[in-house]
Write a protein that binds this ligand. Structure first.
Ligand SMILES: Cc1ncc(COP(=O)(O)O)c(C=O)c1O
Length: 379
């Protein structure tokens, strides 16, 4: 089946009692065990609603197995703590979601786990690998600057050094990018974003080969970050339209990126689908679409980007991303507020940088709102 068909059909467990088309919401947290092939329990990641989702996401990511978590950070932290012990070392891309960056800097020292942050350049990633490196962690396109990291090269470096390659595929989604096809070992998602897609749920996912997923499962059952049946159902419902939503997100983001690039009031635009983006060629190689996320800088007149944000009428300044509605945020005061001023400066996350999560509205309406807000802000 092709991706749009998989979105609709893969994993569905039709209602055996009523012959209804949808997977019922199985609310039980207690399951009979005599003569059962396995013990079923929500924290074991194996209830029918959890398995439905795993089957659908495995189909979409070309994975053998996976787990559904209660948040993206539950997924990411569980993967890291499954494979890392005291004395181990991790190489991480610098420009990643601020929460992941903060997880590493706030928690790893007390476990005796060493880490090196590097740019997204293949040579730098390779140079940072040490004898005790166990994980190479990347995010592409990255949050918030939409940097593109070469997935195939990263997987190759990890294999050559007996390390695991892990990627956060949240921005791309399985519709635009399938990292396991490029030999990446483990794919993580914040399902709170595009997979959920309607800004009304929080969840995460991990997809991998059976053997690795089994190891992650052993730790995850101890850490306990599983997802409840009702949210599983909401996510299953959302995934049925993932492909059509992403197609529209891709289209809209490109139109808006081109508009911003041609507006003299906007000095910088970051979108991997623009030929001027430094990662354009790599993105073309590894992505089927360029995604719905972009970032741009306001000009010098923008002493206070909040003033621009307050002028917007349709677009909402809000946390998170990946929903059907267009939202905007200043990474310096939201997603990346916990990293230091010096780190932000080094990454190029200026106070004037705004990250736009382009929704599925009509692109002309989104552009009209940006235009009127810029005009009111910068007449
Ligand atoms: C790229 C990326 N990865 C991971 C996360 C963490 O996900 P969650 O908030 O679902 O824990 C986020 C959240 O913003 C994100 O943007």
């Amino acid at each position: 089946m092709r991706k749009d068909t998989q979105c609709v059909h893969s994993g569905t467990r039709k209602d055996p009692n009523t012959r209804g088309l949808n997977t019922p919401i199985y609310t039980s947290s207690s399951f009979e065990y005599l003569d059962a092939p396995e013990n079923v329990y929500p924290r074991y990641f194996n209830t029918p609603n959890q398995k439905t989702l795993i089957d659908k996401l495995c189909a979409l990511e070309n994975a053998e197995d996976g787990l559904i978590f209660s948040s993206g950070m539950a997924a990411i932290s569980t993967v890291m703590l499954t494979f890392l012990s005291s004395g181990d070392h991790v190489v991480l891309q610098k420009d990643i979601y601020g929460g992941t960056h903060h997880f590493v800097t706030a928690e790893f020292d007390r476990f005796g786990i060493q880490y090196t942050f590097v740019s997204n350049r293949t040579e730098e990633i390779e140079k940072a690998v040490q004898k005790n490196t166990k994980i190479i962690y990347i995010e592409t396109p990255s949050n918030p600057l939409l940097l593109i990291t070469d997935i195939e090269a990263t997987a190759r470096i990890a294999k050559a050094n007996n390390a695991l390659s892990v990627i956060d595929n949240t921005f791309a989604t399985p519709i635009n990018q399938n990292p396991l096809d490029f030999d990446i070992d483990i794919v993580a998602h914040s399902g709170t974003k595009y997979l959920g897609g309607h800004s009304d749920l929080c969840c995460g996912a991990v997809l991998a080969r059976k053997e690795l997923a089994g190891k992650i499962w052993s730790a995850a059952a101890n850490f306990g970050g599983s997802l409840n049946a009702i949210t599983c159902y909401l996510l299953e419902r959302s995934l049925k339209t993932l492909s059509v939503r992403i197609e529209k997100h891709n289209q809209n983001a490109r139109i808006i990126a081109e508009y911003l690039q041609n507006d003299s009031r906007i000095p910088k635009v970051y979108y991997p689908g623009l030929e001027s983006h430094p990662g354009y060629e790599t993105a073309k190689k590894q992505m089927q679409g360029f995604g719905g996320m972009l970032a741009f800088e306001l000009g010098d007149a923008a002493q206070n980007p909040d003033r621009f944000l307050k002028n917007l009428k349709l677009i909402t300044p809000a946390l998170s991303l990946g929903g059907v509605e267009t939202i905007i945020c200043s990474p310096a005061t939201t997603s990346h507020e916990k990293i230091t001023d010096a780190e932000r400066a080094e990454l190029g996350i200026t106070d004037n940088l705004l990250r736009l999560s382009v929704g599925v509205e009509n692109a002309a309406d989104i552009i009209a709102d940006i235009d009127q807000a810029l005009t009111a802000f910068n007449p």
